[in-house]
Write a protein that binds this ligand. Structure first.
Ligand code: TGC
Length: 379
């Protein structure tokens, strides 16, 4: 594994074990990843990821860095694998652990962490992306129930999910945004896969339609307002800060091996100066992105991680992945466009990673507000 500054020497035995577990999982799948991408198929692996404890072991006491290296290794396989795990661990198990009632935790938490149940997170809507507080989905109180109506979009895992965490505006009283745990076999829930993806093809992405979906009052999590869903996104964004480094590293490693083998003008192309400049630049970007992710891990471990810190990590790592995967593809010439080689698959995935969980621009503005004291979102 490429590790220019020997950063993994800092890992504890437990963190190294989680890293190797995730890497073993990815290595088994690796020969199929190109084909899965072409077929647009998510493999049946949620059980196995749960068995290997890859979703959110920090919720059971593992370190923030252990969680980070897991996402790094999953995304070195494919961003779709890391996305599925992020949704399960950061966007569903985490809020159940943090905001769930004891009954919610009993019903869902272990099953989610073990991969016995699959969850999805329904926040974004067809008309509502970067400004989720403008959501149109409503929850209307009726007797001892809430009635949910609306459409959610870009819901990863929805076609395979047992439970959806649906964020909706409470129609009565204060109009707060609330989260509801909705079994996906509830009457009125309809899942419609999104076709035509040119990115993150190893993923189950869908629209979730909610037509007069009735859930009991106690389906609601114990949190009100946008701090609920946004606190979940902090967790997932933290995973992306680590994960995108894995995608960049995998593309880089593959391109480097190729350059050492590939001969032109009677010598390996790795010996040419213009190739070496590219490898030097990419190695530096990968390493600096990982250093930022590691600092986030330390802050998270010490409970000092703030949303604007996470924004820097997500923003930077996604940008690095976008750059490195494209350059890695380029160094491979024509062969770089084949699905047999991972760089272009990672490059296409990087477009989604750069865009979801807060676009690059949204994270610039979150950081900008912190740095200047002036919020570009106000007014
Ligand atoms: P603002 O007025 O600043 O804050 C509203 C309330 O939220 C609190 N808050 C946060 N709490 C925890 N973590 C954060 N990161 C938070 N950011 C804000 C804040 O303290 C306040 O609380 P209170 O109690 O005072 O009311 O927020 P705003 O409305 O101006 O919006 C800020 C903005 C634009 C940065 C935020 O809305 C944002 O991050 N937008 C991007 C949303 C996003 O990332 N969407 C993509 C979701 S990904 C997706 O749907 C697909 S991924 C899942 C999948 O793959 O299935």
């Amino acid at each position: 594994m490429f590790d220019y500054l020997a950063l993994d020497d800092e890992l504890t035995d437990e963190e190294r074990a989680y890293r190797d577990e995730a890497r073993g999982f990815v290595d088994d799948l690796r020969p199929r990843l190109g084909e899965l991408f072409l077929d647009g198929e998510f493999p049946d692996v949620m059980d196995e990821m749960g068995d290997r404890d890859l979703f959110a072991p920090h919720l059971r006491g593992a370190s923030a860095r252990a969680y980070g290296v897991i996402t790094r290794e999953l995304e070195a396989g494919d961003s779709g694998l890391r996305s599925a795990a992020s949704v399960q661990g950061a966007l569903v198990a985490y809020p159940v652990a943090r905001y769930g009632t004891p009954e919610h935790r009993d019903e869902y938490l272990d099953d989610l962490l073990d991969g016995e149940k699959v969850g999805c997170f329904a926040l974004t809507e067809p008309n509502v992306g970067s400004a989720p507080h403008e959501m149109e989905t409503t929850a209307a109180r009726d007797g001892g129930e809430y009635v949910l109506n609306g459409t959610k979009r870009w819901v990863t895992n929805a076609p395979i999910a047992d439970v959806a965490l649906v964020w909706a505006r409470d129609d009565g009283g204060d109009g707060d945004v609330r989260g509801f745990l909705v079994p996906t076999d509830t009457d009125g829930v309809r899942v419609e896969s999104i076709d035509g993806l040119l990115s993150l093809r190893i993923s189950e992405s869908a629209e979730l339609h909610l037509d007069d979906v009735r859930v009991p009052d106690d389906a609601a999590l114990d949190v009100r307002g946008m701090g609920g869903p946004l606190s979940c996104l902090n967790q997932a964004r933290y995973g992306i800060a680590w994960g995108a480094v894995g995608a960049a590293r995998d593309a880089f490693e593959h391109a480097l091996d190729y350059a050492k083998d590939r001969e032109q003008w009677g010598r390996p192309v790795a010996g040419f100066q213009m190739q070496q400049e590219k490898f030097a630049e990419c190695a530096t970007k990968i390493t600096t992105a990982e250093l930022v992710a590691r600092r986030l891990a330390d802050l998270k471990q010490d409970d000092k991680l703030e949303p604007h810190h996470v924004s820097m990590g997500k923003r930077h790592s996604a940008e690095v992945a976008r750059h490195v995967t494209r350059v890695a593809r380029e160094t491979m010439g024509g062969n770089g466009v084949l699905a047999d080689h991972p760089p272009m698959r990672h490059m296409l995935n990087a477009e989604t990673v750069y865009t979801y969980e807060g676009t690059h621009d949204v994270h610039s503005l979150i950081m900008g507000a912190e740095i200047t004291g002036e919020s570009a979102f106000d007014g």
